[in-house]
Design a protein around this ligand. Structure first.
Ligand SMILES: [Fe+2]
Ligand SMILES: [Fe+2]
Length: 503
């Protein structure tokens, strides 16, 4: 697994036009959060030298130890009880998305720091693109240049009333700029979202009062060719989401079909024996007070009891399996994203084989890099993207990869936490991106990234009926980590009915 991770980190620096020296790479591989340290190294590098040296990594690590701002990651929850059984060596946390708020900062300063962090991280991915030549800061733009490019954070998109051209307002740290995207031009066919970071190739008009026109648009995106991580031993992971334990509509029977299957007691016993990991992408419990009059939908009305029941449900999975969980908007942590890992007082009842992580988190399973994000931002992205729907969540996930951001839109339904580092950026392209929240099921691929929306274990609630959401419950995605073949298991009616999706 180490060599997969090695390739992953080398690729991260390559994407930033840097070569990582062997000594630097060793230090990074030894760290508990190699991707967080890598990003900090890039943040501090001068942009001139093409090398990442051991010294550069040492500087970041020294500041981290002295309590500097560098690698603010929450410590992993202390293990309770004896050492976890099973192949824990195959699990490795790479990046905890949660960033604690900066002490003493006003919310306004903190949000400003957040958007600066987003701009810096995403603009680095766009620099040097052939489609963005003569790249300038907004302040340096001169109409006499004829043609130039900028990278901007989109503040506003509006349409002109008569001719239906688009006018974008974009910001960079030096200023802001209005750009015309002519109707029918390639840029106008893309839906541009507020708060995403885009590269624009501009042409200036000879008439000084006219806005520059966008003749090209680039998103950070996933590099078209990349090395994809694969496990070097036969191992499998099952991806689940949205258990909603404590809800009256928790699918007790379907859940027991799943646990029976994983214990190898069904016809597909051999398949089950190679499952080493179960990942749950949030909404572990139903919570309390999440939506109006939720009490009447609850079987367990006390949140501490809901987590105790979650512990009992997860204990029904085989003990050899490493279970990875992140919170969602129904869980009892601050709803602003990134969300911290569930606190110890709620998770005492979870077994020692359960890894309790933040939302989002990036981790390796036998060298395969997985980013898990609950998916609250679907509530903002689906209304904003023409043709998008909860029924086809992986289409929206492709867009997340193109933006390299999980939840860009600020000020709508997804609350964003004010912190100095944007933890919702996809710093590295994962091998697997898993989400939930939509309560539907989807498998797709985009530029080598396997996209999963991992269903739910809750039947339709009245609240969902009201909102016209049709769930696709009791599905599990079983991924062969060596070949990347996906088997969809449907536990809604007893023994799983499975559908294969080719690698
Ligand atoms: Fe949910
Ligand atoms: Fe949710």
């Amino acid at each position: 697994m180490a060599s997969n991770l090695r390739e992953h980190i080398v690729a991260y620096f390559q994407e930033h036009q840097k070569l990582v020296e062997a000594g630097a790479l060793e230090l990074l591989l030894d760290h508990s959060h190699p991707l967080v340290v890598s990003r900090e190294v890039i943040e501090r590098s001068d942009g001139v030298s093409p090398f990442v040296t051991r010294e550069m990594v040492e500087h970041v690590l020294a500041d981290d130890r002295s309590g500097g701002y560098a690698v603010r990651v929450a410590p992993e929850r202390p293990a309770t009880g004896p050492a976890p059984p099973g192949p824990v060596a195959g699990f490795r946390l790479l990046q905890d998305g949660y960033v604690p708020p900066t002490a003493g900062e006003t919310p306004l300063d903190a949000y400003s720091a957040l958007f600066h962090s987003r701009y810096r991280a995403l603009s680095r991915l766009l620099r040097g693109r052939p489609g963005l030549d003569n790249l300038r800061s907004i302040k340096e733009l001169r109409a006499t240049d004829g043609a130039a490019s900028v990278v901007g954070l989109v503040r506003e998109v509006r349409e002109t009333p008569q001719k239906h051209h688009l006018i974008l307002t974009v910001d960079d740290p030096t200023g802001s700029l209005e750009v015309l995207v002519p109707r029918g031009s390639p840029g106008a066919r893309l839906t541009i979202l507020s708060d995403e970071v885009v590269g624009l190739r501009l042409e200036f008009s000879k008439e000084a009062r006219k806005l520059p026109r966008a003749v090209g648009l680039e998103r950070p995106d996933i590099p078209p060719s990349r090395t994809v991580g694969r496990a070097r031993r036969p191992s499998r992971a099952v991806f689940l989401s949205d258990l909603h334990v404590g809800s009256r509509s928790f699918l007790t029977e379907s859940w027991s079909h799943l646990t029976e299957f994983l214990h190898g007691r069904g016809p597909a016993g051999e398949l089950a024996a190679s499952v080493d990991y179960v990942v749950v992408a949030g909404d572990l419990v139903d919570g309390i007070g999440v939506y109006p009059r939720q009490e009447k939908d609850l079987a367990i009305a006390d949140v501490v009891e809901q987590y105790a029941e979650l512990g009992r449900r997860l204990a029904e999975l085989p003990e050899r399996v490493t279970v990875v969980v992140i919170p969602g908007n129904h869980d009892a942590v601050c709803p602003a994203e990134p969300q911290p890992a569930l606190p110890h007082n709620l998770t005492r009842g979870l077994g020692s084989n359960v890894r309790i992580l933040a939302n989002p988190s990036t981790f390796a399973l036998d060298g395969v890099v997985v980013s898990a994000y609950h998916g609250r931002s679907f509530d903002d992205l689906i209304p904003a993207l023409p043709g998008a729907s909860y029924a086809r969540p992986t289409e929206v996930m492709k867009r997340m990869l193109q933006m390299r951001h999980l939840a860009p839109i600020y000020g709508d339904r997804t609350p964003l936490a004010p912190s100095g580092r944007d933890g919702l950026i996809l710093d590295t392209p994962p091998d697997i991106l898993v989400t939930g929240h939509a309560h539907t099921y989807g498998v797709d691929r985009y530029r080598g990234v396997l996209l999963l929306n991992a269903s739910t274990w809750q039947a339709e609630t009245e609240y969902q009926r009201m909102r016209n959401i049709v769930p696709v419950p009791a599905r599990a995605a079983l991924v062969d980590l060596a070949t990347f073949g996906v088997t969809t298991l449907d536990f809604s009616e007893g023994d799983p009915r499975s559908t294969e999706v080719a690698a």
